[in-house]
Design a protein. Sequence first.
Length: 554
Amino acid sequence: MSPDSAANKPFGDIALCLSGGGYRAATYALGTLAMLDELNLLDDVKLLSTVSGGTFTGLLYATWQSEGKTFDEFYRDFSNYLKTTNAIDKALDDLYTTPSPSGSTDLSLIRSAAKSYADSLLGERTFRQLMKIAKKDGRFRELIFNATEFREGNSFRFRASWDKTVFIGNQNFAVPKDVAEEIHLADIVAASSCFPGAFEPIRFPDDFYWQSPLAAIRGKLIKDVENPFADPPVYPNGFNVGEKCIPLPLMDGGIYDNQGISNAVMADRNNSFGLFLVTDTSPREDDILNLPDTSPRRGWVSLETLFWCAVALLIVCLTAIGIIGYSFFKADEPNRFADWQIIVAYVVSIAPAFLLIGVLIWAYSQFSRFETLNISGAKFRLWHYFKKMAVPDAIEIIKSRVSSVLAMTSNVFMKRIRQLQFNNLMNPDSRARLVSFNLIYSLNPTKDRTWLWKLDPELRPTPEMKEISAKAETVPTTLWMNEEQFEILIACGRSTTCFSLLKYLWQKWEAEEKEAQKHDPPFNVPKPDSPESPYYEIYTRLKTKWLELKNNPE
């Protein structure tokens, strides 16, 4: 890299991946963008690949850029939204008033969440607005907002690209350009952040709002989509079954890749990006599953005992109704049918019994649906197996299975996918890529970076920085936050981004120095803090900012 190019674009074009993690990820990503802006590096970001909470930040930033707004305007608008809006609370408020685009009467929390994003942030803006700014030499070359489709378990990309041959969606479920242009940005945010447990899947296209009639959108989706890489050059679209468009369930992009790395790598087919900066807010969890207490829990109240208690209660209610009814009709009161006070007194007396009977009958009808269970042709008699089980044991069995499944999906599975994506990005056999991992706990590592402190002792974080990083890591994955959590995550995002880029420059120097020593004759590579280095200007800029942050990390 020549000194001139290093001064203008010290890292070349930057590919920025913003991970999922609710408002924690969105705010940390906002802090990352703020630091890149302070370092005059934000305009070098030409690729955005975002997931879930990161999509909130990345999509809104790209949208504000497409409208010619400044970063300060974006920061003001988005920070105000994060600090004042409880997205779940707003979605619940709109749950019964949010209409379905398909005309169905079902309730959908993710659909009402999309409405709240439109009301609070994005209005009626559509993907057309972002597709127009993705140009080869424009502000962005690639904008990729990631979701996961639940038909074949693959990534589903809302992608605006300078390359007109790429798919929107994926190869099995390709979205024609004229359909993609009508997708509301609020629906993209909802699809990308539709995490399991909080939301049900959002159905494409039936739960999306369109400018054209939904029937017309369905008709376009069942047509074949041109694919120049296929032979013949037309790819059959997976949306169609005969002449009918089958909705595609979409959920959180983090299920497939929580850092958005895989699609960013795919978009960099020509190795045109000088640096991949990957922000990740996944917290470290040393104990992802607490085993239940092994002390005895069995009691005398079994599930069968509860059943017979319910039967006895039903008999008592029926007996009470019979006694009260008998006393009413046999009472020595000739005007009892004319005295409304007497009638009301009797009705009030038997109403609780009728209500309890109704509840017991409903509970039994629900229970009878699960008395037997068919799995792959095998029939299991659940009541036969579990009726002798004590209530505490039954609760513990359900609790342990739910917690183990959540630990598997949210921790073991996600950590494995995360490591595979990191390995893919760093694989030296596939490409020589420059990568900086911007982890939320980078300032508070479990192992001391002695090698880095030897190269530059001033890079050691202060205790205050470590405390901020530790607090940021513990912010829960929610769609709401308070002012204190916001400030902690912004401070952590800013400081960590500056530190990660400084660390990256030393790692890059070490790798280049190692290669230089293999030459015959060997030679030395100037360190980044040396005036002879092409990275001296950016290193000095980063170091100055870092020392400012050490004095006042917040």
